[in-house]
Design a protein around this ligand. Structure first.
Ligand code: 5GP
Ligand code: ZN
Length: 140
């Protein structure tokens, strides 16, 4: 079976498996996450199969992300959330379980217990400028 044939989000796009759809264009589909972190947890996906964000052109990504404000506004209105997180994971080590690009809209409320703070580090010595130069050089 090809990547696309076995991809759960491609199967949702193709209506091969059901999903609770909330928004759709020619290129973009938004639907409720089947295992929500909160009521209204919504996923936004490109209809084309792309695994990771950096595989997309800037134009394709712009068209995908251009729907986020309207969907976020609607999710907030529908769920009376006071805030939301936009989460987008790339690669299994970053927690990406479904290998098809998706943005999470996760509604938040006071003391909802979800948390989000990660343990931040500190640069020592010349490491920050080394990393800065490595990234600048990689950008060419
Ligand atoms: P990831 O960890 O890859 O960023 O998130 C994948 C998300 O997709 C998870 O939150 C998971 O609950 C959701 N998900 C996985 N399979 C399905 C499915 O078949 N239908 C829906 N609606 N959501 C799914
Ligand atoms: Zn796919």
């Amino acid at each position: 079976m090809s990547d696309v044939e076995q991809c759960v989000f491609c199967r949702i796009v193709a209506e091969d498996i059901p999903a609770l759809r909330v928004f759709e264009t020619d290129e973009v589909l938004a639907f409720l996450d089947v295992n929500p972190l909160a009521d209204g947890h919504t996923l936004i996906v490109p209809k084309a199969h792309v695994v990771r964000l950096e595989e997309m052109s800037g134009e394709m990504l712009s068209r995908l992300t251009s729907v986020i404000p309207d969907i976020a506004r609607a999710v907030i209105a529908a769920t009376s959330a006071t805030g939301y997180n936009v989460l987008q994971n790339n690669g299994r080590d970053a927690g990406q379980e479904v290998q098809h690009v998706h943005f999470h809209i996760i509604p938040r409320r006071p003391a909802d217990g979800l948390g989000y703070r990660w343990q931040a580090g500190k640069y020592t010595g010349a490491r920050a400028t080394e990393v800065q130069n490595l990234i600048r050089n990689a950008l060419g």
